[in-house]
Design a protein. Structure first.
Length: 282
């Protein structure tokens, strides 16, 4: 059981690594076309690195695990926070700006939802695993001021066993501070449909019978799953090295918070990463 779980987690992580790495490679279309510039800006440097992430073992867990992900990006000749058409907001949200004009963005997204094993917690023991899910969808984003934005995105499970969809929405700011730091702050929420809630927060009669923790039957409806507040910084240490720091707080609400599998409604995520810039000949 443990070996099978470790194998599935390793495959899931490798897929996420490739997905993020491939789709964040440099592009010659940058945010100069965000406001309709005539000529695209060329890539000047590429950055490569990695980050450690501490996060709950599953949604609602009061225990935490450490995972990792790659940092892949680039810096253009323009001093702009909006360089590139690809952005990564999470494993289930690798976005490509198909349309990017006059502050408006629209495009597809893809990613994965990581599996959940019933041996991740004593609370889950006996109710069965939730397999890794592949996600497709789309997003829209509008920069109503040069440094502020509002966005909404749709995330649909497209695997054989449909685990539902989510709609994420929020507002934020992206700024380059006087000391050279880059800052992003975000406040948002997540709406989940009934199938998503059933999969990740519900407990069927069969699961209740097999639960070693004695979980009661729980049939949630759709609704707002959580609210989120995050703050992140990219801090230049010198001309080559850059530190990435991010903190995020999620509060599970209503149907999610009332689930018997939830050990803590307060969910925290911390990120600490380091990246190195390489010169790109063009």
């Amino acid at each position: 059981m443990v070996e099978k779980s470790l194998f599935r987690k390793t495959i899931s992580f490798l897929f996420a690594f490739l997905l993020v790495g491939i789709f964040t490679m440099p592009s010659t279309s940058f945010a100069a076309d965000l406001y309709g510039a005539d000529e695209p800006v060329k890539t000047k440097r590429i950055k490569l690195g990695g980050a450690a992430v501490i996060k709950p073992e599953y949604e609602g867990s009061d225990e935490y695990e450490v995972t990792g992900y790659p940092i892949v990006g680039f810096e253009s000749m323009a001093d702009s926070m909006f360089d590139g058409r690809v952005s990564v907001d999470g494993a289930d949200s690798v976005k490509f700006a198909l349309i990017r004009k006059h502050g408006f963005e629209f495009g597809p997204l893809g990613g994965i939802r990581f599996e959940r094993d019933d041996d991740d917690s004593d609370t889950l023991d006996g109710i069965g695993d939730v397999d890794t899910a592949f996600v497709l969808g789309g997003y829209a984003k509008y920069h109503f001021l040069p440094k502020y934005f509002a966005q909404v995105s749709y995330h649909q499970d497209v695997t054989d066993e449909d685990t539902g969809y989510e709609i994420k929405f929020g507002v934020g700011t992206e700024q380059r501070l006087p000391n050279g730091w880059k800052m992003e702050a975000y406040v948002g929420g997540v709406f989940s449909d009934e199938e998503y809630f059933d999969t990740y927060f519900g407990v069927t009669a069969a699961q209740s019978m097999s639960s070693t923790a004695g979980l009661g039957v729980y049939n949630p409806d759709d609704g707002i799953k959580s609210i989120e507040v995050s703050l992140g910084f990219e801090i230049p240490l010198n001309e080559r090295w850059e530190l990435h720091v991010k903190g995020q707080y999620d509060r599970l609400l209503d149907e999610a918070a009332d689930s018997p599998i939830v050990e803590d409604e307060n969910q925290f995520v911390g990120v600490l990463g380091l990246a190195y810039y390489f010169d790109w000949n063009h």
